[in-house]
Design a protein around this ligand. Structure first.
Ligand SMILES: C[S@@+](CC[C@H](N)C(=O)[O-])C[C@H]1O[C@@H](n2cnc3c(N)ncnc32)[C@H](O)[C@@H]1O
Length: 242
């Protein structure tokens, strides 16, 4: 049974206040890097896995996508996405990515932003995404970088002064990890970079680009609070092609 933490009222209230929740794609510092990787979306049928508030779905349509299907397990997220969208060619649906079977050869582009590190059976989902894409289509996603993943035991990566130290402990031990983020014990799934990339390769994808995101000098000058992001990568961005 997938965790559905975004329907926890306390979590949802906290998440809703993040810059990326208030300002959308422009509030996400990794967006320029992702945007640079995107294919031409004109006339493309797009699926957004873990679409959240639907920011990308709307952007894709504004940039010519024929239609977008946004999927998310959270009723809160889907309700907000629907309320923020006035476009008959965007469809949002509540769906658990742990179980979903996407229709075969029905999308020209698959996208996912910061959702797949919640998925336990990543290999099953990647195979389904592969089947759902037409040959040559791209799958671009970001996940929480495994170096940033929570420690295996509470306190293991916390120094004497209570500040988090880096990198993550027991990197090679994959599986569930819990972290405190707005609420206690948010469940994420730790996988090494090797496992993530090999899972794509095993499913038949060609890995095109891998980015351990860090802010640019311009971003750092404009937003000094991004300084921690230079110490260790928080996000991994991958572009793959069927
Ligand atoms: C950090 S939010 C990102 C939302 C959006 N993609 C964005 O970048 O603004 C992660 C999203 O993944 C969704 N999610 C987590 N586990 C999921 C699952 N098993 N099935 C579908 N969606 C899931 C959450 O409900 C949440 O909306």
């Amino acid at each position: 049974m997938a965790q559905n933490i975004y329907d926890n009222p306390e979590f949802f209230t906290g998440y809703s206040q993040l810059a990326r929740s208030v300002h959308g794609l422009e509030g996400a510092p990794e967006w320029p890097s992702i945007r640079a990787l995107l294919p031409d979306l004109r006339e493309k049928r797009v699926v957004d896995l873990g679409c959240g508030f639907g920011w990308f779905a709307r952007w894709a349509r504004e940039h010519g996508a024929a239609c977008v299907l946004g999927l998310d397990v959270s009723e809160n997220m889907i309700a907000r996405a629907k309320a923020s969208t006035n476009d008959d060619d965007i469809r949002y649906a509540i769906a658990d990515l742990e179980k979903i079977e996407l229709p075969e050869a029905s999308f020209d582009f698959a996208y996912s932003s910061l959702a797949l590190h919640y998925i336990e059976d990543f290999a099953r989902l990647v195979r389904s995404v592969h089947r759902s894409l037409v040959p040559g289509a791209c799958f671009i996603f970001s996940i929480e970088h495994p170096i940033y993943m929570a420690p295996t035991q509470p306190g293991w990566s916390v120094g004497n002064d209570g500040r988090r130290t880096w990198p993550v402990n027991r990197y090679a031990v994959e599986g569930p990890r819990r972290t405190d983020w707005f609420v206690k014990g948010v469940l994420k799934q730790h996988r090494t970079i090797g496992t993530t990339l090999n899972t794509l390769i095993d499913a038949g994808f060609l890995v095109r680009h891998v980015e351990e995101w860090a802010p640019t000098a311009e971003q750092l000058a404009a937003q000094p609070d991004l300084a921690d992001e230079v110490e260790r990568p928080m996000m991994l961005i991958v572009s793959a092609q069927r």
